[in-house]
Design a protein around this ligand. Structure first.
Ligand SMILES: *[C@@H]1O[C@H](CO)[C@@H](O)[C@H](O)[C@H]1NC(C)=O
Ligand SMILES: *[C@@H]1O[C@H](CO)[C@@H](O)[C@H](O)[C@H]1NC(C)=O
Ligand SMILES: *[C@@H]1O[C@H](CO)[C@@H](O)[C@H](O)[C@H]1NC(C)=O
Ligand SMILES: *[C@@H]1O[C@H](CO)[C@@H](O)[C@H](O)[C@H]1NC(C)=O
Ligand SMILES: *[C@@H]1O[C@H](CO)[C@@H](O)[C@H](O)[C@H]1NC(C)=O
Ligand SMILES: *[C@@H]1O[C@H](CO)[C@@H](O)[C@H](O)[C@H]1NC(C)=O
Ligand SMILES: *[C@@H]1O[C@H](CO)[C@@H](O)[C@H](O)[C@H]1NC(C)=O
Ligand SMILES: *[C@@H]1O[C@H](CO)[C@@H](O)[C@H](O)[C@H]1NC(C)=O
Ligand SMILES: *[C@@H]1O[C@H](CO)[C@@H](O)[C@H](O)[C@H]1NC(C)=O
Length: 495
């Protein structure tokens, strides 16, 4: 009896060991044999002196560079074969059929000019959701169609930089060019799309046509895109002669680096769902009459030609969270009353408007700017007195940046004393007297202080550092002071 029991125990123990060995062994087994072999076949086609693949038969292909497997199934789900010179510029889609669970394939920068589909060859990348074909030479209709055929799950397609013209999407004969039916995100920037008609995938949500010279034909076709949420038309994609009709459900519109006219600007007000509008470095022809879409949350007007009068146009933007007016032509005395009603504003960037001499802040100092967190005022020639007046309107900020190339002002810590929530303060490049630290205790909530290149010289004065509640990082590099830091070791976790 005792003997039997022991045998039973031994058996159980053996079983457990066997199971363990099997688990361990299956882990060592690595990826599937057919995928391992398919990868080795791909290696023969791809590779150039700049990008060779160190894929060695026998090791676990899930650990190979540029290969990503699902950790549970050990099947290849992602392949990054960019910049690897597909042999002959001809892609044989059958080479990928072994990867049944492949969801993401990057084939950018490969000189691919054609795709080959073998007839009736079973599974055709039916799980592929992301395909990057950017910077190849796929501009011929039948070739594009061959690359895309059967990709029934494809959601994102990148065909940036392929010398595409409108002709590239018109098939000879009767058959029409057709996009993968489930496409939601289409990138066609840096091509040569201009005149002619294009048809779009019906479910498209994001379209990028930046860096093309679009004609009215293409632009008027946008209005068919009922599901389109984001439209990117940067850099020369439109010019001031265009007649625009936007897709009605648009939420993000980027027209940066274009020349716009008043018709275009006033057409924005139709966009009731628009949340983000990017107008970086735009030139506006003619007199400006600005009327913004009222539900806007993000407005980027950086690097433009806007002057003081723009500020009053913001007062209607009750939902605005982020406003970038950096590097414009604000000058002299700037009245910020137009901003003071923006109760949702979180981020404001006024950097680089170097001709501002002062700010007019409404009396009473009780503005509604209570959501403000981030204020960027880099490269303003700011006098301390003018700064104090401005900051009173922004007393809730956590992050303040006053970086400077050639600052006139000499700041002292007390200047920031009424910013009760200030956590990040950057003054790099500004003049800081050694007086600065005297009232450092006033900045109780400060965590990060950046005083790089502040020309601090002499010896540092002792100051009340212990009043700071949670200091973390003080950056003092590129200064000229001497002697010990008047700070006890444990106060800052890193110096
Ligand atoms: C890789 O090695 C396995 C086993 O050693 C072998 O069966 C297979 O043919 C090899 N594959 C290639 C492509 O050389
Ligand atoms: C891995 O595959 C399993 C089974 O198909 C799936 O449930 C899981 O979501 C996959 N994991 C990832 C990260 O895709
Ligand atoms: C593509 O690859 C398949 C499978 O390896 C092969 O049968 C077919 O001949 C290839 N097609 C071309 C045009 O090379
Ligand atoms: C498309 O390709 C370009 C160039 O390779 C790249 O910068 C961009 O991020 C890609 N877009 C997507 C959505 O992957
Ligand atoms: C494809 O690109 C080449 C090189 O730019 C160009 O000569 C040709 O006309 C383009 N083909 C189409 C259909 O646009
Ligand atoms: C404002 O725009 C400039 C230039 O386009 C950019 O560098 C900066 O980071 C932006 N500011 C914020 C707060 O995003
Ligand atoms: C500002 O106004 C709010 C109500 O709108 C009030 O509670 C608060 O006390 C005022 N603060 C100052 C400093 O006047
Ligand atoms: C504050 O500044 C530090 C150091 O520059 C940075 O690491 C951190 O992300 C900043 N915090 C926030 C909230 O931006
Ligand atoms: C510190 O810099 C100021 C301004 O450049 C200069 O006038 C002063 O002499 C310097 N002090 C020391 C001790 O180097």
């Amino acid at each position: 009896m005792k003997m039997m029991r022991r045998t039973k125990n031994v058996c159980v123990a053996l079983l457990i060991v066997m199971l363990l060995v099997e688990v361990l062994f299956s882990e060592c087994e690595g990826c599937l044999k057919q995928e391992n072999d398919a990868l080795l076949r791909l290696k023969a086609h791809f590779g150039n002196p700049g990008r060779s693949f160190h894929w060695v038969n026998g090791s676990d292909c899930c650990h190979w560079e540029s290969v990503v497997c699902n950790t549970t199934t050990r099947r290849v789900v992602q392949l990054n074969l960019y910049f690897s010179d597909e042999e002959g510029g001809k892609l044989n889609m059958s080479d990928f059929h072994a990867f049944e669970d492949l969801t993401s394939l990057d084939l950018s920068w490969n000189n691919i000019a054609a795709c080959v589909q073998s007839e009736g060859s079973g599974k055709r990348l039916s799980n592929l959701r992301y395909l990057d074909l950017s910077f190849n030479m796929l501009n011929d209709t039948s070739n594009i169609q061959a690359c895309l055929s059967g990709l029934s799950s494809l959601k994102t397609l990148n065909m940036t930089g392929n010398y595409l013209t409108v002709k590239s999407f018109h098939r000879e004969g009767k058959e029409r060019f057709s996009w993968p039916t489930n496409l939601e995100y289409l990138e066609l920037s840096d091509n040569e799309l201009s005149k002619g008609r294009l048809s779009w995938p019906t479910n498209l949500e994001v379209l990028d046509l930046s860096n093309n010279e679009l004609s009215n034909d293409i632009i008027s076709s946008f209005s068919m895109l009922q599901h389109l949420k984001s439209l990117y038309l940067r850099q020369g994609a439109i010019d001031d002669k265009r007649r625009l009709s936007w897709p009605t459900n648009l939420e993000v519109l980027d027209l940066s680096y274009n020349i716009l006219n008043n018709d275009i600007i006033s057409s924005f007000s139709m966009l009731q769902h628009l949340k983000s509008l990017y107008l970086r470095r735009v030139h506006i022809n003619g007199e400006r009459r600005l009327s913004w879409p009222t539900n806007l949350e993000v407005l980027d007007l950086s690097n433009g030609e806007f002057s003081n009068d723009i500020i009053s146009s913001f007062s209607m933007l009750q939902h605005l969270k982020s406003l970038n007016l950096s590097n414009n032509q604000l000058c002299g005395s700037v009245d910020i009353s137009g901003l003071c009603a923006l109760s949702k504003l979180v981020v404001l960037d006024l950097s680089g408007n170097s001709d501002i001499s002062s700010f007019v802040v409404p009396q009473g100092t009780n503005t509604s700017l209570s959501s403000m967190r981030v204020l960027e005022l880099n490269n303003l020639k700011m006098e301390e007195s003018m700064l104090q007046k401005l900051l009173r309107a922004f007393s809730s900020i956590r992050i303040l940046s006053l970086k400077s190339e050639e600052s006139k002002g000499t700041f002292v810590a007390g200047d920031f004393g009424y910013l009760d929530s200030l956590e990040n303060l950057s003054l790099s490049g500004s003049y800081i007297g050694s007086e600065f630290f005297k009232r450092i205790g006033a900045l109780a909530s400060l965590k990060y202080l950046d005083l790089r290149r502040c020309r601090i010289n002499g010896t540092l004065l002792t100051a009340d550092w212990s009043n700071l509640q949670k200091p973390e990082v003080l950056t003092l590099s590129s200064n000229e002071f001497e002697g010990p830091l008047p700070i006890t070791g444990e106060l800052f976790s890193s110096l």
